[in-house]
Design a protein around this ligand. Sequence first.
Ligand code: SAH
Length: 526
Amino acid sequence: MAEYTDAHGDGTAERMPELSDEEDMDDEEQWQWTEEDSQPVTCLFCDRLLNCVPAVLQHCTAEHQLDLVNVVRKHRLDDYGYIKMINFIRSTRCSPSCLMGLPDGPLPWEGEKFLRPVLQDDPLLQTDPEELCSRDDPCSSTRSSSTPESRDALLRRAQTAEERARSSEEALARAMEDLHKLKLLAQGLVLNADTSKSGNLGPVAELREDEDEAYFSSYGHHGIHEEMLKDKVRTESYRDFMYSNPEVFRDKVVLDVGCGTGILSMFAAKAGAKKVIAVDQSEIIYQAMDIVRSNHLEDIVTLIKGRIEDIKLPVEKVDIIISEWMGYFLLFESMLDSVLHAKDLYLVDGGSVYPDLCNISLVAVGDAQKHQERIAFWDDVYGFNMACMKKAVVPEAVVEVVNKDTLISEPTVIQTFDCNTVCLSELEFTTDFCLKMIATTDCTAIVGYFDIFFDKGCSNKVKFSTGPQVTKTHWKQTVFLLEKPLFVQAGEELRGRITVRKNKKDPRSLVVTLDLGDRKQTYCLQ
Ligand code: SAH
């Protein structure tokens, strides 16, 4: 709402006519007077035109015995109440006595319709009722608004408003700049996601400790270590490799990346290692400390709590790195990143990483029953069509033990790594594959698994497989369900392409894309 207007715009009252002068003027004189100085205001109760709002108020008091300010105060009118009252008076032409006699309680101008101005650009509507009430005498206040003191106040207020506007403009400019930066960042992310297909990645080593907390806390619990230790295929393979190749370990300095309970470190110590440095970031290492002492191996095995990427080893170089880093579908967890990091930093020239060779393989599965349970199930759920759920179900790769009787193709190796030579960028890859079918049936899924080899310099080579054809391990298999079964014939070669990459949002999880001719599906493994 507008302030009381300074009729002259120059803040002076010199030319402000006295009430008596004004009243003496006829309408034409007033009009001429006001035309150059301010907008004329029609009285609320008669047709008199006055030169400004205070003049109207004075006129109302003098001529109609109605003090508008008192009415505003009496009914505690806010902006809207005041506007409605003005429009009510103008539209109903109610008398001053009727207005003064209004009791407390519901007012006759409550309705929204009185918000609509009766007179166009009514100056009375541009007056702030609070302002009216804060002045004892509206007339004198008009005059006082022209005093230097009040003009100063007005000026200060104007300055403050100007400053506020300026700082808002600056804040807006900063927000626009941030928005621009965000846009660039988003573009960068999209580009990054695209280029990742060609193999460039964000290594796990770059994760901050807090970002990786959940991962390590999952290894803090004894349950997961119990499961791994009880996986005989896994643990006995490591043991057999070390015990049956003592020449590899004799008098060697060994680094165990991610020692967990310390089992591999103790195998290495028993196999003849001179010194074993066992590192783990998870809390399980405190148990490992007890375990090593309980087995009187503390002189050989040194345990260090921390991320291999963050700690400093007490030795400059090691001869051998052992680690059990494999995740589902081999690369899930991305722990191989950490092993390769340790290799680059600590492995002596000519040293070895064990296990050294690993394969990833695919095989086709025809399991109509499983497919029905998982996918077709959504077509009719208690009589309702929930087929849209398939779009959420299919992309989640399933880790489970696959019945070997459901295999319908020969397996095919899609990738081989040698941990002594592989580099980080090779852990994301795209490769073509071909599955030779051995049955005529519907293919319902493609299954992935890996094989591990302890090979380099071993007189007794050891290997184990996590495939569905052999004894199950805790890695089970990784199942990529096809949304629609694919009819295949024995002898047919099903050609496809697979892309494996890290999830940009979580480098420990994987994104796998399978391209089978006209079908393409992306799966996540998490
Ligand atoms: N070697 C043990 C445990 C294997 S599980 C065994 O064979 O039973 C993997 C272990 O590696 C977990 O305990 C996990 O906490 C640890 N680990 C994974 N990444 C690591 C890293 N970057 N630094 C230190 N420890 C790590």
